[in-house]
Design a protein around this ligand. Structure first.
Ligand code: NAD
Length: 341
């Protein structure tokens, strides 16, 4: 397959590109480098620095490279920032996403895999979360992701664009080449590894009075390699089958698929796993809860197994140790992380 990966210079995108190349596909990365890193793009992929809102350039790339399918990962994804600046999120996640869909339509590309998020569920009433559960986002980031999911639904109905929306839970871990380097970093695992490495003050644990086994929030951490594998399977699925809509699910999210392990870990459990993997203590302090943090978010991954034949192969220990090895080996990463402190 000839695949365009938007956001392919970012954390997850660079690993998806590695996986596509490893499985013999041709990968073209389209990224404006607002958050990504040019050096994260695997040497076997073509890199085009471009902006999603530039629909004409996108169309030229899609046609010129005879692209058959798109993986759309480019987005802004900081929940806190989305409250302060929702305009940025509607512009980049909705307006720029629609620009991509229009370019796809003009270029007659018929398949897309979209990076969605567990944030579309908001604060669900039951766990583990199934794709047919209500989608009620509690922040602008989740709203904008859901808006594009809904646009995809109507594009499929009207124009036959086939899609899979992959709702990731908490992506984490690293490959030998690619690891997590967001700026600012807000994700638990890179933050606590920086604390373990002595490069950051004690980790702030937001609340220890949640109705969970140890009082701290529980999340479903999914290794970035497992995520990448699911993307290739989703592309293959779209290539080989016409999706049967509405057989088991109702409504506009019937082609959404959760990507999680089905197992939740509390913040304190992740800290213990990091202490074991690194051999260093992770200093922490308990601070008040953050508004809008649900106590537990765990995926029911049964649909991914059923539709894509996919199950996560790696556990929390693999996630933390791979991230630690990458952080220690990646001197540029360490420099960048240091500059953030
Ligand atoms: N990291 C997670 O745990 C997680 C969880 C759920 C969903 N997601 C989704 O997965 C995707 C990738 O996340 P990530 O953590 O790798 O983020 P990231 O910030 O590392 O990667 C996003 C990439 O998109 C590029 N980009 C952003 N806006 C663009 C635009 N207008 N034009 C061209 N390029 C643009 C950035 O430069 C960056 O390389 C996002 O869509 C995010 O919402 C991530």
């Amino acid at each position: 397959m000839r695949v365009l990966v938007t956001g392919g210079a970012g954390y997850i995108g660079s690993v998806v590109v590695e996986e596509l190349l490893a499985q013999g596909h041709i990968s073209v990365v389209f990224d404006n480098l607002s958050k990504g890193h040019r050096e994260s793009v695997a040497p076997g992929a073509e890199f085009i620095q471009g902006e999603l809102l530039d629909r004409q350039s996108l169309e030229t790339v899609l046609v010129g490279h005879k692209i058959e399918a798109v993986v759309h990962m480019a987005a802004d994804s900081l929940v806190g920032e989305s409250f302060q600046n929702p305009a940025k999120y509607y512009a980049n996640n909705v307006a720029a996403g629609l620009s991509l869909l229009e370019a796809i339509r003009s270029a007659h590309v018929s398949r897309i895999v979209f990076s969605s998020t567990a944030a579309v569920y908001g604060e669900p009433e039951r766990q583990p979360i199934q794709e047919s559960d209500p989608t009620l986002p509690t922040n602008p980031y989740g709203e904008t992701k859901l808006a594009l999911e809904k646009a995809l639904h109507w594009y499929e109905q009207a124009y036959g664009l086939r899609y899979v929306s992959l709702r990731y839970f908490n992506a984490a871990g690293a490959t030998a080449r690619c690891g997590e380097l967001h700026d600012p970093e807000t994700h638990l695992i890179p933050l606590l590894l920086q604390v373990a490495a002595g490069k950051r003050p004690p980790l702030e644990v937001f609340g220890n009075d949640y109705p969970t086994r140890d009082g701290t929030c529980v999340r479903d951490y999914i290794h970035v390699n497992d995520l990448a594998d699911a993307h290739v399977r989703a592309l293959q699925y779209l290539e080989t089958q016409h999706l049967e809509r509405g057989r088991n699910e109702k409504g506009g999210d019937s082609l959404a698929i959760n990507l999680g392990t089905g197992r939740g870990h509390s913040v304190l459990e992740v800290i213990r796993a990091a202490e074991k993997a690194t051999g260093h203590p992770v200093r922490r302090k308990i601070v008040p809860r953050r508004p809008g943090d649900p106590p537990i978010l765990v995926a029911d991954p049964a649909k991914a197994q059923r539709v894509l034949g996919w199950t996560a192969q790696r556990n929390l220990g693999d996630i933390v140790s791979s991230a630690w090895i990458w952080m220690q080996k990646n001197s540029k990463g360490e420099q960048a992380q240091l500059s953030m402190l």
